[in-house]
Design a protein around this ligand. Structure first.
Ligand code: XMP
Length: 526
């Protein structure tokens, strides 16, 4: 399988390599560097210098780590990086490591400086060049480590000290090697971004080459190069942001040789399938195939109430439908997929910071299909995918779409799925979504949706007792779906949604609001 765009030797793009020692903020450092307009690649801490050199890095950053440099099995980097002539910035553990490696002295700190600590700057240029750092109020670092540098290595100056006289920053201007005791990447460090930027632009001499436009140009060129003159590519569209951005990139690169397949499994939200089909038809130049597989999926799901079984059936059926259409054509070599950076990152996993991988794979396609794989988004974080999408002209309806499970509403109908239940849930969900949008809250929420429970309860409609299902509303705030808090929606809003759902959908007897966080709950009900 070709690791599309993971091959850096071909691109002339400027890069900074981040060696990941497993620090909890490693991914954040990479994002901050990229936000500053410089491409940053995370590599495992023990990547050999020979391999790092292939990236032709403009700078190297050594991340933090939960480990201490005294530990016997402390993670170490290849010593040759110090001799490579490439500027280095060590952050926290990275600072202790380089200080020890280069002949300085590191000791477990007598005072542990966790949290806010202010420091005074002794040498402003180049790292603290920005004027804001000369003001005491901006000199607050975010410390989270007990170890500290006692004696800087030969050739190093102390650039900043904390109130307790700990070295907050050291540097060897000659060799362009710097160390920070604090975390410039976390938002608690005011002006920390400027320190990173000073490293990138003043020390490494980077220019801002990492932009959505430059990414698109590179990706289009690479798609064309990889695909040659005649080969064709197929891409499965889901209506989600990743597959849509892949499709628009392919369309820009090789529209006349791209086939886009949208399998409508009937499990999307109200009117969503129609909307995305309209959009794809209107905007994509390549061949667009819309497969109405709603009945097939419903038939397969009939009578199945186990959630994992539903997921398995939907995943398998998707592959079968896709295969029927893509393989039968016989003229397609490549399959394009929307794999993104957090899914592929190789990182210093030996030292803890869990590499968070999606545990959900429904809607994915197996390798055995026999296509060569093209994954143009392998380098991008999710927010970068959105920026690229915006640059490619995708509408907000796709770019800001909330995360939606591959098996769709099937896992929001508790128990067996039927056409009637689907429609009922779609209507309730649409009412809830519309009211959240109308209240201007959509952007603050990670996900908000309705669930059709399998509980029938009593209610009164007119003068009669009425038995009908309970609709549960779920709205959560989250950063990454690994944890989530239930959203404190106002009682007025909840009341309005409840009144509309019971009023406009006669079958529904009651509406309840889910006030469970994750953990112990999950975001979805199944
Ligand atoms: P949970 O319910 O585990 O969900 O807290 C975490 C995130 O994953 C989404 N989710 C899925 N996505 N296939 C998917 O593609 C699935 O089977 C699936 N189940 C849950 C969920 O919407 C949330 O964003």
């Amino acid at each position: 399988m070709e690791h599309f765009l993971a091959d850096n030797s071909e691109s002339l793009r400027e890069k900074v390599v981040l060696l990941d020692f497993g620090g909890q903020y490693s991914m954040l450092i990479a994002r901050r560097v990229r936000e500053a307009g410089v491409y940053c690649e995370m590599l495992p801490y023990d990547t050999p210098w020979e391999r790092i050199r292939e990236y032709n890095p403009a700078g190297i950053i050594l991340s933090g780590s939960p480990a201490s440099v005294y530990q016997e099995d402390a993670p170490r980097c290849d010593q040759a990086i110090y001799e490579g002539g490439v500027p280095i910035l060590g952050i926290c553990y990275g600072m202790h490591l380089l200080a020890g490696d280069l002949g300085g002295e590191v000791k477990r700190g007598s005072r542990s400086e966790f949290g806010r600590t202010s420091f005074t700057i002794e040498e402003a240029a180049p790292l603290f060049k920005d004027a804001s750092f000369r003001e005491e109020s901006f000199c607050n670092g975010w410390m989270s480590h007990q170890d500290e540098v006692l004696k800087p290595p030969p050739g190093f100056n102390v650039l900043a000290r904390t109130e307790n006289d700990t070295m907050a920053a050291i540097g060897d201007h000659e060799r362009k090697i710097y160390g920070l005791q604090f975390h410039p990447e976390v938002f608690h460090t005011p002006g920390g971004n400027n320190v990173l930027k000073n490293f990138l632009f003043e020390v490494c001499g980077c220019s801002r080459t990492w932009t959505p436009q430059s990414f698109i140009e590179d990706a289009v060129a690479k798609i064309r190069r990889v695909m040659g003159e005649r080969e064709k590519v197929v891409c499965a569209l889901s209506g989600g942001v990743d597959s849509s951005v892949v499709a628009f990139l392919l369309d820009k690169a090789v529209a006349d040789r791209a086939v886009f397949i949208f399998v409508d499994h009937g499990l999307l939200r109200l009117d969503e399938a129609e909307e995305v089909v309209r959009l794809y038809r209107e905007k994509l130049q390549g061949e667009f195939v819309h497969i109405d597989a709603r009945d097939r999926f419903l038939n397969r799901l009939a009578g199945v109430s186990d959630p994992e079984e539903k997921r398995r059936i939907i995943g398998n059926e998707f592959i079968v439908v896709f295969k029927e259409n893509a393989l039968s054509r016989g003229d397609i070599t490549y399959l394009a997929q929307g794999t993104i950076y957090p899914d592929v990152i190789e990182s210093g996993s030996a030292y803890g910071s869990a590499v968070i991988k999606s545990h959900h794979n429904v809607g994915g396609l197996p390798e055995e299909l026999g296509f060569e794989l093209i994954e143009p988004l392998r380098e991008l974080f999710k927010d970068e995918v959105r920026l690229v999408g915006a640059e490619l002209g995708l509408p907000d309806s796709i770019l800001k779409r909330q995360p939606f499970p591959g098996p769709g509403l099937a896992v929001r109908i508790i128990g067996a799925v039927s056409a009637e239940k689907l429609l009922l849930l779609q209507k309730a969900d649409a009412i809830f979504r519309n009211e959240v949008y109308a209240a201007g809250l959509a952007e603050d929420l990670w996900q908000f949706f309705a669930v059709l429970t399998d509980v029938n309860v009593v209610g009164v409609k007119g003068d009669d007792r009425h038995y009908g299902p309970v609709i549960a509303l779920r709205a959560v705030i989250s950063e990454d779906a690994m944890t989530a808090d239930w959203a404190r929606l106002s009682h007025d809003l909840l009341g309005k949604v409840s009144a509309r759902i019971t009023g406009e959908i006669p079958e529904v007897a009651r509406v309840v609001y889910d006030i469970t966080s994750k953990p112990p709950g999950t975001i979805e009900w199944e």
